[in-house]
Design a protein around this ligand. Structure first.
Ligand SMILES: Cc1cc2nc3c(=O)[nH]c(=O)nc-3n(C[C@H](O)[C@H](O)[C@H](O)COP(=O)(O)O)c2cc1C
Length: 289
């Protein structure tokens, strides 16, 4: 992918990795979790999965250092010192993602070159790592200026920015750049499933919630049937990556069958501002003076 991107653009780009959390590789008794999901596997006509271990973080980093993209960005934690040193030795810039001021400071102290300040409006996984997610739900408008005050490295504002007004507001708050997820998810070129895109442009996008049900880590998405049916089990599902693996066949089958109720419909709070259009057109609008 890095090679293809280099061929496609002379501009810098980032490849993103998730920093693993302690205990992620601990064995989990799958039986109760498979039993909980059994009716869903049956409903969608898929076999219950046998989760395989993820590639080791160190191997992911080694592969990425060998491919040497211009930027490596991290979410979910502070990248280990050897990763930062190896990246910098190869001239690769490193970006970290913070959901609180304390996380931004920890990332700067570790030596990252820029920090994403990701407010709780954001779609998908934000990756709080110093405190539990419930204590890290700072909105973008509150978070960005505080991070700008707390660190010297450039700050990239993320979360709930989906149009030109949001970009200008983030820059007015002192951000040096903006990171947009949901808005690009909604563009023609994105890899989101058709059903996901359709939901982003429906009334359903007005209600997004935080849930662990799809991956084992808290993420924001459009409330759908699965979230409603399993609401009582939010606290019981196994951690990432186990729950993510148990849900993968459901998500895949649901996307193929166009069943919005079982797809992880990741979306931020600004989803209703998005439109189905070409990325080029969207980008031109975002940066219009
Ligand atoms: C479907 C989806 C997947 C995402 N995956 C990642 C990821 O793997 N790593 C990451 O750092 N951020 C990820 N994000 C977060 C985005 O990089 C970005 O910070 C966020 O979407 C900004 O908020 P917005 O959705 O309101 O624009 C994801 C967001 C979405 C919507």
């Amino acid at each position: 992918m890095v090679r293809d991107l280099r061929g496609a653009t002379s501009r810098p780009f980032a490849v993103n990795l998730w920093v693993p959390h302690d205990g992620e590789d601990d064995p989990v008794d799958l039986a109760p979790h498979l039993a909980r999901l059994e009716p869903f596997y049956r409903r969608l006509g898929v076999e219950p999965p046998r989760p395989a271990a993820l590639p080791k973080f160190a191997d992911q980093v080694d592969a990425l250092l060998a491919a040497a993209p211009p930027v490596i960005s991290f979410v979910m934690g502070v990248p280990p010192r050897w990763v930062l040193e190896s990246a910098h030795a190869k001239g690769i810039a490193v970006i970290g993602t913070a959901t609180t001021v304390d996380e931004a400071v920890a990332l700067e102290q570790a030596g990252v070159d820029a920090v994403v300040a990701s407010g709780s409006d954001a779609g998908g996984h934000r990756g709080a790592f110093l405190r539990p997610v419930e204590q890290s739900l700072v909105g973008t408008f509150s978070l960005v200026p505080q991070v700008v005050d707390a660190v010297r490295v450039p700050v990239i504002a993320a979360g709930g920015i989906a149009d030109r007004r949001g970009v200008r507001a983030a820059l007015a708050l002192g951000a040096d750049a903006v990171q947009i997820g949901t808005g690009f998810l909604a563009t023609r070129e994105s890899n989101a499933s058709d059903v996901h895109k359709a939901m982003l442009h429906s009334d359903a996008a007005k209600v997004t919630v935080l849930t662990r049900l799809f991956s084992g880590r808290t993420a924001r998405g459009i409330r759908n049937g699965l979230i409603r049916e399993l609401a009582a089990h939010e606290g019981e599902v196994p951690p990432y990556p186990v729950q993510n693996a148990l849900m993968r066949p459901l998500r895949k089958a649901a996307a193929e069958q166009g069943l919005a109720d079982y797809v992880s419909l990741w979306a931020g709070q600004a989803a209703p501002l998005t439109e189905p259009r070409a990325a080029r057109e969207y980008f031109a609008e975002l940066v219009r003076p």
